[in-house]
Design a protein around this ligand. Structure first.
Ligand SMILES: *Cc1c(COP(=O)(O)O)cnc(C)c1O
Length: 369
């Protein structure tokens, strides 16, 4: 123990290894420069090209780009018709943006508990919380592992609900050989630099539904009846504002980066899979460290590598484990503090104890780089 950097020893790394960050190649830089030198910084052809490439990759009919993963979630929740008082069943083990998107629409997030093994929203517990006010189900592919999408699709069909999958962690993952992006009515993605594909800020919604795609495009463009591209190409100068939308457009500069990054998705997934396997092998003999597992019918995109430390067994605290690893230059983090226990949600009457699996397991979580 005295050799630990926390107690004055030499750190194993001189520079902090972040838990996740972008990988940029020269062709990414060239793609961005070409966009900067083009006629279109935004609302140009590179956004459409990124959308087409992303739709092809995920097996979806439509892909609609947004300015962030959060904006994509907001767009999807809006397109699903969620309005004031409508309930959306989601998971406590996620980034706050998932539940916040429901609040933006005036809806009410309802947190169902997760399964204690993979910390994914439990379909049976979600089912038990469906009421006449429920409008949508919003599972999250935590850490890159697809949620139980078949069970949620059945549940959504039975109750007439819209199924939205938050796939911010799972681009490139699959379930029963079907790619994430074609499993739900709408699937949302993020291109924040810690995710697999970086555009700075950026997001996407995929869907097979023509009407939903149109609603998504309109919502990201203020609620205007036509997009600038259509006005440019057609004769009509007329436009109308048909609903209150937002400006959630992705720029062509970001889209150029996205298309370039998407070409290396398979290589990035292979690298993450390799690192996950090395972690699992390295920790196989440490009973106090519980590694994430992948179901037989799934592949994970391995956005995160969250291990659970049995700190009672180790006779320490999670804070000490995290401080010790950071002192060594290992940039560990916690994903996540359960959303119901965040002040905004607590002040609205949510209680972490209502999702006991999430509350208990989250106490042990530490994400490795
Ligand atoms: C990153 C993330 C988001 C939000 O994406 P941004 O692009 O950062 O807005 C939403 N949900 C989950 C689960 C995420 O990890």
């Amino acid at each position: 123990m005295s050799g630990l950097a926390l107690f004055g020893g030499t750190p194993v790394r001189r520079e902090l290894l972040p838990y996740g960050r972008q990988l940029l190649h020269d062709d990414d830089v060239a793609a961005v420069l070409a966009a900067l030198r083009s006629d279109w910084l935004t609302q140009g052809p590179r956004v459409a090209a990124f959308e087409a490439a992303f739709a092809a990759r995920t097996g979806a009919r439509h892909a609609v780009a947004f300015s962030s993963g959060t904006a994509a979630l907001h767009g999807a929740v809006h397109a699903a018709g969620v309005g004031p008082g409508d309930e959306v069943v989601t998971t406590p083990i996620t980034f706050c943006a998932t539940a916040n998107a429901v609040l933006y629409a005036g809806g009410v997030p309802v947190f169902a508990d997760v399964d204690p093994e993979r910390l994914l929203l439990d379909p049976d517990r979600a089912s038990a919380l469906i009421t006449p006010r429920t409008r949508a189900l919003l599972p999250v592919d935590y850490a890159g592992h697809p949620a139980a999408m078949d069970a949620f699709a059945t549940l959504a069909a039975r109750h007439g609900l819209c199924l939205i999958e938050d796939a911010a962690h799972s681009v490139g993952a699959s379930l029963n050989r079907r790619p994430v992006g074609s499993l739900a009515r709408m699937t949302t993605f993020s291109f924040h630099p810690v995710k697999h594909i970086a555009t700075g800020e950026g997001g996407m919604v995929t869907t097979d539904d023509d009407d939903l795609a149109q609603r998504l495009r309109r919502f990201r463009n203020h609620g205007l009846s036509t997009e600038a591209g259509q006005r440019r190409d057609g004769v009509a100068w007329r436009y109308d504002l048909v609903e209150l939308g937002c400006n959630y457009r992705l720029t062509d500069v970001a889209a150029a980066l996205g298309t370039s990054q998407l070409r290396r998705l398979d290589a990035n997934l292979a690298r993450r899979r390799d690192l996950a396997a090395r972690y699992a092998a390295a920790f196989a003999d440490l009973p106090a460290v519980r590694c994430p597992t992948v179901a037989a019918d799934a592949t994970s995109a391995w956005h995160l590598y969250p291990v659970r430390f049995d700190v009672a067994r180790l006779g320490t605290t999670r804070d000490t484990v995290i401080a010790a690893l950071r002192a060594e230059g290992i940039g560990v983090n916690v994903h996540y503090v359960p959303v119901p226990s965040l002040s905004l949600y607590r002040n609205r009457g949510y209680r972490a104890e209502d999702c006991p699996n999430a509350a208990r397991e989250a106490e042990q979580l530490v994400s490795l780089p």
